[in-house]
Design a protein around this ligand. Structure first.
Ligand code: C2E
Ligand code: MG
Ligand code: MG
Ligand code: MG
Length: 278
């Protein structure tokens, strides 16, 4: 009965939340069932080191194949998942599957690549987050450093002591940490050096017009030297053109993720293109 909400119950349920379009509300309801219906899938986007022209990592990206609507972009449904709390079970599902995938690739003897995984703030802020990660790593028996958790800058700005503790615990587990969409938040640079991160990911928005927009070029170069000075890795994401690639590599950013090399791929296609003939 609880699943078949009547109009009244439904209104009551909505009244505690922000107003949404009917479309969003419908999407929210199908999101509740997406895990059970097996509608999620994980795609992996190659990350290339241009110095060796080699795959060094992949980013795991959630895909939702809705029965009627087809593919729905995470940009569209992740915010809904965050708001409804569904990001917690969905995030755990991602973590489990990604670690099993890492294990499967290890067992098949493929060259080891890091797999990065987006972690939403509410997922990270759950009290048992570190334990959950630890449990999954132990269960799947993976090399922890093959797992990289992508955090956002906003996480670092707020709630910093708790965040710092958790990050240190994760690092002790051997897991790698990166900051996604770097440059879009407002983290103070002085702050940044206290956090045990391995990688900064330059946000795509700076790269779009990097060859013509001097400000974005300057921001990008600042992030690259910041990473150099902090002795952390830097990855540029959203690289689509040869010009962007040339700009980045001539400014010492060699780790590239973007459509120029590849869109996110299903496991089968990724294995076929990147793992079979090496
Ligand atoms: P993100 O973590 O910054 O992921 C990179 C996004 O940029 C991906 O979009 C990817 O497909 C896209 N992208 C990569 N290269 C290019 C390029 O050259 N050009 C363009 N135009 N786009 C490129 P996607 O897969 O749609 O994901 C969007 C966002 O949704 C992600 O941004 C991430 O914040 C979130 N997301 C995806 N999967 C998960 C997940 O499992 N958990 C959480 N919490 N968030 C996720
Ligand atoms: Mg990401
Ligand atoms: Mg992100
Ligand atoms: Mg990003």
């Amino acid at each position: 009965k609880s699943k078949e909400m009547t109009g009244i119950e439904y209104h009551f349920y909505r009244s505690t939340m922000v107003k949404h379009s009917l479309e969003t509300v419908k999407l929210e309801h199908s999101l509740y069932r997406a895990l059970d219906l097996n509608e999620f899938q994980i795609y992996y986007q190659p990350q290339i080191d241009t110095r060796q022209n080699e795959l060094f990592g992949v980013e795991a990206l959630l895909r939702w194949r809705h029965r009627e609507k087809g593919m729905i972009s995470p940009a569209h449904f992740i915010p809904i998942a965050e708001e409804t709390g569904l990001i917690i079970p969905i995030g755990e599902w991602m973590l489990q599957h990604v670690c099993h995938q890492i294990k499967a690739w290890q067992d098949k003897g493929y060259p080891s690549v890091t797999v990065s995984l987006n972690i939403s703030a509410s997922q990270f802020n759950k009290t048992n987050f570190v334990e959950t990660v630890k449990k999954v790593i132990v269960e799947t028996d993976i090399t922890p450093s093959l797992l990289e958790l992508e955090l956002t800058e906003s996480l670092i700005i707020h709630n910093s002591e708790d965040t710092l503790n958790k990050m240190s615990e994760l690092r002790e587990l051997g897991v790698h940490l990166s900051i996604d969409d770097f440059g879009t938040g407002y983290s103070s640079l002085g702050y940044l050096m206290h956090f045990p991160i391995h990688t900064l990911k330059i946000d795509r928005s700076f790269l779009k017009d990097i060859c013509t927009n001097k400000k974005n070029a300057a921001i990008t170069n600042t992030i690259i030297s910041l990473a150099e000075n902090l002795e952390v890795q830097v990855i540029a994401e959203g690289v689509e053109t040869k010009e962007q690639l040339i700009f980045l590599t001539s400014n010492n950013c060699y780790r590239i993720q973007g459509f120029y090399f590849s869109a996110p791929l299903s496991v089968d296609v990724l294995e076929e293109k990147y793992f079979y003939n090496v």
